[in-house]
Each structure stands twice: as structure tokens, then as C-alpha cells.
Design a protein around this ligand. Structure first.
Ligand SMILES: Cc1ncc(COP(=O)(O)O)c(C=O)c1O
Length: 381
């Protein structure tokens, strides 16, 4: 068996054709019909009124936070268990992350967020919630739909309404996942996607900001295009960013959108096979999904007893199977150690016990059988 990667892109559709079209016509840079087509395809798919393409998911989160009104000195509630990008984006705004625990979906725990706010939050006359301990305004909450599993949106939206805190969804891993039948990314004031090489669809690198609010969408477009305020003169009315996506990348995105549903169904089928093959194993749990969720199953997570995480990973890597630990908790990293972290417990357990196993769309049935077999072999000693 040759090496089995964790997650690689699947490029088998119209990508060549559409990219060639860009090269043939000279429309290679940051405007072009593919950018429009990609934005339209994504907004129609997610069901938001507006979508703006951007250079990557991190930049998308940065701009989404700015336009939602996150200001220097504000606090933003983020998960402790996440890829670092949304937390860094909070810092790019000179705002402060407040780290929150996860629930058993690995996503932010709405009950803990509610508890934190009832303990520390105070709604003041200006209608905003302030942290009684720090005096800072708590402006936004960024749920990450971890590994493609939707966060418990009802709970989070309740918190958002009660405390007037904006929800900015980090849906970078969850394109194609639904919560109670509705696409992730469409619940928040804004939602952000990534088309990085390991995501369910890729443009090499890329991102998208979606929203139902036309004014916000216009401002996102303005900020991602250097805040240019005149089509001819070099006039700019604020400090903007060059966060645009190129037409070449968007061409790849259009082709990848055409096969997104097929990719989701392959990922779900492969998840079901892993789940079946690993179901008899007492020592390990292949994480499934809540009854209200229909995930894109972007990444597959295996939960094992804490002492087994490292040796199991080493064994699988020796057997040619690429695996990865889940992220180090961000509040334990040097740059974020002094930030507020509210009773992080489940996320600690997840870090100590969870690993990700191969999940590419191109994964073959015999490879899944091989990976599951090697996991079982490890536990049988
Ligand atoms: C949860 C999460 N947020 C944000 C990002 C950032 O996206 P990008 O790499 O496109 O900047 C990623 C992945 O890369 C991610 O997994």
C-alpha cells in the first residue's frame, strides 16, 4: 500500500478548461467573469444574498470582523480549540480574544458561552454588553464549525440576541454542511469560507465572505479592494487591503463548485464506512454527528484514551498513514497565554484524545479498510 495522505485536493473536473480560458483571454488578475461566477455560485449555494471573494480565509475573517464593527479594545469570543486564523484575525483588529470551551461536537459550547456572559456580561445603556471584569465591550462571537461539523447555532444565536453580540461564522471547514437543513455560513451577520488546498474544495488558496446585508457586502468589497473610491483617479477614502482573489483562482473555484455536492456525498459515504469498520472497537470512538447536523465530513476524527494518542499516531505514520493531532489549544500558545479563557475543560480533553485520520475525497475503499485495520491492530496489541 502506498502512503495515504491526510487530505489532498481532488482536481478532475473543468479546472483546466476554465483556467485555460483565463490564460487565453488575458483575464488573469483580480477582476474577471470567473470571480463573478464564483461569487454567485457560492452565494446561491449557501443561500445568502451576497458573497465577496477574497485572497484566503484568514483575510476573509479579518475583513468580516472589521465590517461587523469590532473595534480596538473590544473583546471577541473565540473557541480555544480551533486553527489559529480566527484568533489572529481578532488581534489584527487590535481586539482581544476571550477563549471559550467546546462541547462534544468539538465546536464552541453555547451553554458555556451563556454561563460566561451571565457571570461576566453586563448590558449597558448603549445596548452593548461589557465584561464586568475588564470593562471591555464584548462585540462578537466567532463559532468555528470544527472539521465540518456545524456548531449548535440555536444556542449561539440565543446568546447573540440576548447580549447583542454579533456572530461571525468561521465556516472555512464546513462548506456544504447544514444545521437543521440550513447551510453553515448563512446564520451569522457574516460568514467566511476558505479554499485552501486541504479544504473540501480548493482554489489553491482563496476565501469568501458571505452576508445577507447588502451594505456590509459593499463595505467588504470596498475594503478588500484597497478602499478605492474613484474608478479613474487614485482616490481612497480609508485604509483598505489588497485582499482580492484572482480570476485564475476563481476559475478553479467555479469548477470545484460544480462538484461540491458530489464531494460531500463521497466524504459522507467514506465516513459511514470508517464508522462501520471501527464500530466494534471499545477503545476508540470515530466521531459522528448530531441528529440536527448533516456535515460535509471534511475531516475524520478518532477519539482514543489519552495515553494512546502519541503511540497510535507514531504507529500509523510508520505504516504509511498520514495522521495529525488536533490543534494545540490557542490559549496555551505563548502569544495568547495572558488572554481570558473561561473554564476550558472539554477542549483540553479533545486535545489529549483526538487525532485526524485520512479524509481525501480520492480515498479508496481499500485504503479506508487498511487504515481501520491498522487502528484495530494497534489496540489488539
Ligand atoms: C478554522 C479555520 N479558520 C480559518 C482558516 C484560514 O483559512 P486560510 O488558510 O484560507 O487563510 C482555516 C484553514 O486554513 C481554518 O481551518
Amino acid at each position: 500500500m502506498s502512503k495515504i495522505p491526510l487530505s489532498v485536493p481532488h482536481v478532475k473536473g473543468n479546472e483546466w478548461k476554465y483556467i485555460k480560458d483565463c490564460l487565453d483571454t488575458g483575464w488573469v488578475s483580480s477582476v474577471g467573469s470567473y470571480v463573478d461566477r464564483f461569487e454567485n455560485a457560492l452565494k446561491d449555494y449557501v443561500g445568502t444574498g451576497f458573497a465577496v471573494a477574497a485572497v484566503n480565509g484568514t483575510a476573509s475573517l479579518h475583513v468580516a470582523l472589521i465590517v461587523s464593527g469590532v473595534a480596538p479594545g473590544d473583546e471577541v469570543i473565540v473557541p480555544a480549540l480551533t486553527f489559529i486564523a480566527p484568533v489572529n484575525a481578532v488581534k489584527y483588529c487590535n481586539a482581544e480574544p476571550v477563549f471559550m470551551d467546546s462541547d462534544d461536537t468539538l465546536c464552541i459550547d453555547p451553554k458555556k458561552a451563556a454561563e460566561f456572559l451571565s457571570e461576566f456580561g453586563e448590558v449597558k445603556d448603549d445596548g452593548f454588553t461589557y465584561n464586568k471584569k475588564t470593562g471591555r465591550r464584548i462585540k462578537a462571537l466567532v463559532p468555528v464549525h470544527v472539521f465540518g461539523h456545524p456548531s449548535d447555532m440555536d444556542g449561539l444565536l440565543d446568546v447573540s440576541r440576548k447580549y447583542n453580540i454579533d456572530v461571525i461564522e468561521d465556516a472555512t471547514e464546513s462548506l456544504g454542511s447544514t444545521y437543521k437543513g440550513r447551510q453553515t455560513g448563512s446564520f451569522g451577520k457574516l460568514g467566511c469560507f476558505s479554499f485552501n488546498g486541504n479544504k473540501i474544495i480548493t482554489t489553491g488558496g482563496g476565501g469568501m465572505i458571505v452576508t445577507g446585508d447588502e451594505k456590509l457586502a459593499k463595505r467588504v468589497r470596498h475594503l478588500t479592494t484597497q478602499a478605492k473610491s474613484d474608478p479613474f483617479e487614485y482616490d481612497h477614502d480609508e485604509i483598505g487591503y489588497n485582499y482580492r482573489l484572482t480570476n485564475i483562482q476563481a476559475a478553479m473555484g467555479v469548477a470545484q463548485m460544480e462538484v461540491l455536492d458530489e464531494f460531500v456525498s463521497i466524504k459522507r459515504k467514506n465516513a459511514a464506512l470508517y464508522s462501520r469498520l471501527l464500530s466494534g472497537l471499545d477503545e476508540a470512538e470515530f466521531l459522528g454527528e448530531k441528529e440536527w447536523a448533516k456535515g460535509n465530513r471534511w475531516f475524520y476524527t478518532l477519539k482514543v484514551p489519552a495515553g494512546h494518542k502519541a503511540p497510535l499516531m507514531q504507529r500509523l505514520i510508520r505504516e504509511g498513514i498520514e495522521v495529525r493531532p488536533v490543534w494545540k489549544l490557542i490559549h496555551t500558545l505563548r502569544m495568547y497565554q495572558d488572554c481570558l479563557a473561561y473554564r476550558i475543560e472539554k477542549a483540553v480533553e479533545a486535545y489529549e484524545t483526538c487525532i485526524n485520520i485520512p479524509a481525501s475525497v480520492s480515498l479508496k475503499e481499500e485504503e479506508i479498510v487498511y487504515v481501520a485495520g491498522k487502528i484495530k491492530e494497534y489496540f489488539k496489541g
